[in-house]
Design a protein around this ligand. Sequence first.
Ligand code: GLN
Length: 491
Amino acid sequence: MSELIHKPAAELAALIAAGEVSSVEVTRAHLDRIAAVDQRVHAFLHVDAEGALAAAADVDARRADGAALGPLAGVPVAVKDVLTTKGVPTTCGSKILEGWRPPYDSTIVTRLRAAGLVILGKTNMDEFAMGSSTEYSAFGPTFNPWDLTRIPGGSGGGSAASLVAYEAPLAIGSDTGGSIRQPGAVTGTVGAKPTYGGTSRYGLVAFSSSLDTPGPCARTVLDAALLHAVIAGHDPADSTSIPAPVPPVVAAARQGATGDLSGVRIGVVREFGGEGAEPGVLAAVREGIEALVKLGAEPVEVSCPHFTYALPAYYLIAPSECSSNLARFDGVRYGLRVGDDGTRSLEEVMSLTREAGFGPEVKRRIMIGTYALSAGYYDAYYGQAQKVRTLITRDFTAAFEQVDVLVAPTTPFVAFPIGSRTSDPYQMYLADLFTIPSNLYGGPAVSVPCGLSEGLPVGLQIMAPTMADDRMYRVAAALETVVPAPVPPGL
Ligand code: GLN
């Protein structure tokens, strides 16, 4: 096994830039690792070995020509299968998109390629990013490398598992209600949800358009910040993209790495300090907060009374938007078509296609959303949920008048056994109890490793004001200096 696979992305990039190792060698090492372990982990839905080696050879050739390379040039990255990749299968973990090869790259993928990153393939996910365990993928679950009988989180379990299995040094996820941070927490990796609108949604297959946010996954805070800087920034192709400079996330991660947090006020969310979370998780997070205080941070207890209503509000807003967004999968435009034998009407073909193409969780969300938006119920459900969303935003605004960042656990529990929460949807939804508020508000939030409970990783979540993504990286990098990421058992 090549030692290259254990190196952080920043180090790999430096070795490549110095000509000490080629991008092709680094890429081959990761492809070999995928070949050796992915049958057991199932992080990938599609491995593009040929495309990756060609991209790596291109970076090596440009370096040989003396071209200036970006800070992550030549480094491999795994991409969640929710982002379009030109000519490369994009399924969103769904049968309905099986065989679809998009005719264009998403903006995130365009930026990765332009920066010289090498795309290894597409990672497994819950169907259309709806889920917290990757068990709702139509192509079978991903297994957590910490314990292959447990879930790697979701919906981006494939991206997180690829990092912790050393199949990729970097990965891209998308976070609508926690799908970057929750997998980060339960795999002991770093997962950051940027400010909504800070990263482009162009080519990100829509689940809930007012919440969906692509972002970086990595094994170190600096690597996540470097990747964030590559993919973020205004995109005219996305109408909700923010036309402002990218917050200085890399400088902030480097500042945090000095281990000095003096002057930083951290708000400890009172409502997320007890109920609903495992004692082992709460204990690890408490120790993490104490560590931040030892580095000079000032702790302030903050009340955000409406955070406890975030989960029900989210499970009306996200399904409502999904019921509209997923109407485009009609058997005409993309992928699967069932029953088109010349005897059936268009409506029958659409119905048969959607019946066969969507899994049970996606159907449940479409039905909830259709109901919540229907005449007579709209005000009572969707309308109420939007009001709660406003109250949550007000809680954040008030909190950030007192403190620089908010901290809480990322998840209420450590990685659970596969199959243990699939029979009761509510049990699955609870995984996002602590992550959803920042989606409804739109601000950035990161999960950073914070020790173990019962031998499994725990994540500490750091939330910041919109477009202050740099603040969360500073605090996360500081924590990393005293609470290093746990090392997973070998595969
Ligand atoms: N687990 C949440 C859901 O099922 C969040 C998913 C996400 O962030 N994509 O909706």
